[in-house]
Design a protein around this ligand. Structure first.
Ligand SMILES: Cc1cc2nc3c(=O)[nH]c(=O)nc-3n(C[C@H](O)[C@H](O)[C@H](O)COP(=O)(O)OP(=O)(O)OC[C@H]3O[C@@H](n4cnc5c(N)ncnc54)[C@H](O)[C@@H]3O)c2cc1C
Length: 150
C-alpha cells in the first residue's frame, strides 16, 4: 500500500497569501508572479502551472524562466513568452530507461501543452535505445544536481 496524504503548497505560501483555496498558488504563466500578491513569484511544486507536471525538471525550468522574467521586469521590459520543457526519466533497470517529455507555453492564462511536441519513449524501441535513455537519465541527474548544488 502506498498512502499519499492530501498535498498542498508549504505553509509559508499560505502565510504569504499566495495560496488559494485549493492549497496551491495561482501564477501568471509568463512571469510566474503570484496572481494574489504582486511582487511575489512562485515556481515549482507550489505553483499552479497548468499542464506542466510537478517535477524537479519542471521546477528547474520554471526557475530559469522566472529569473529571466524578474530581470526583465526590473529593467522595465516586458518578460518574454517562455517555452518550457519537462522530461521525466524512469530507470526500469540499470541499462533500461524510459521517459516522458512535454513542451509548454502560456495559453489562456496557464501553461499549456505545445501540440505535437514531446511524447513517451517508443514501446518497441530496441535495447540500444533503452540503454541510451538510461544514460540520458544519469546525465540529467548529474546536470541538475550540479546546477542546484554547485
Ligand atoms: C518519490 C519522489 C520521486 C520523484 N522523482 C522525480 C524525478 O525522477 N524527476 C523529477 O523531475 N522530479 C521528481 N520528483 C518531483 C520533485 O522532487 C519535485 O517536483 C521537486 O522537488 C519540486 O521542487 P520545489 O523546489 O518546487 O519544491 P521542494 O523540492 O519541495 O522544495 C521546497 C523547499 O522549501 C523548504 N521550505 C518549506 N518551507 C520553508 C520555510 N518556511 N522556510 C524555508 N524553507 C522552507 C522545504 O524544506 C524544501 O526544501 C519526485 C518526487 C518524489 C516525492
Amino acid at each position: 500500500m502506498n498512502v499519499i496524504p492530501p498535498q498542498r503548497a508549504g505553509t509559508i505560501a499560505e502565510s504569504a497569501g499566495v495560496a488559494d483555496r485549493s492549497g496551491w498558488c495561482p501564477i501568471d504563466p509568463v512571469s510566474f508572479e503570484s496572481r494574489l500578491q504582486p511582487g511575489i513569484h512562485v515556481i515549482g511544486d507550489a505553483a499552479i502551472a497548468g499542464a506542466m507536471p510537478k517535477s524537479a525538471f519542471a521546477a528547474n525550468a520554471q526557475a530559469k524562466a522566472c529569473a529571466a522574467a524578474v530581470a526583465a521586469l526590473l529593467a522595465g521590459r516586458a518578460p518574454a513568452q517562455p517555452k518550457l520543457i519537462n522530461t521525466c526519466y524512469s530507470l526500469v533497470a540499470p541499462d533500461y530507461g524510459i521517459s516522458i517529455a512535454g513542451v509548454y507555453s502560456p495559453r489562456n492564462g496557464l501553461l499549456a501543452d505545445v501540440e505535437g511536441a514531446g511524447g513517451v519513449s517508443a514501446a518497441d524501441a530496441p535495447p540500444e535505445t533503452r540503454a541510451l535513455e538510461a544514460t540520458y537519465a544519469e546525465d540529467w541527474f548529474k546536470t541538475i544536481t550540479d546546477e542546484v548544488f554547485t
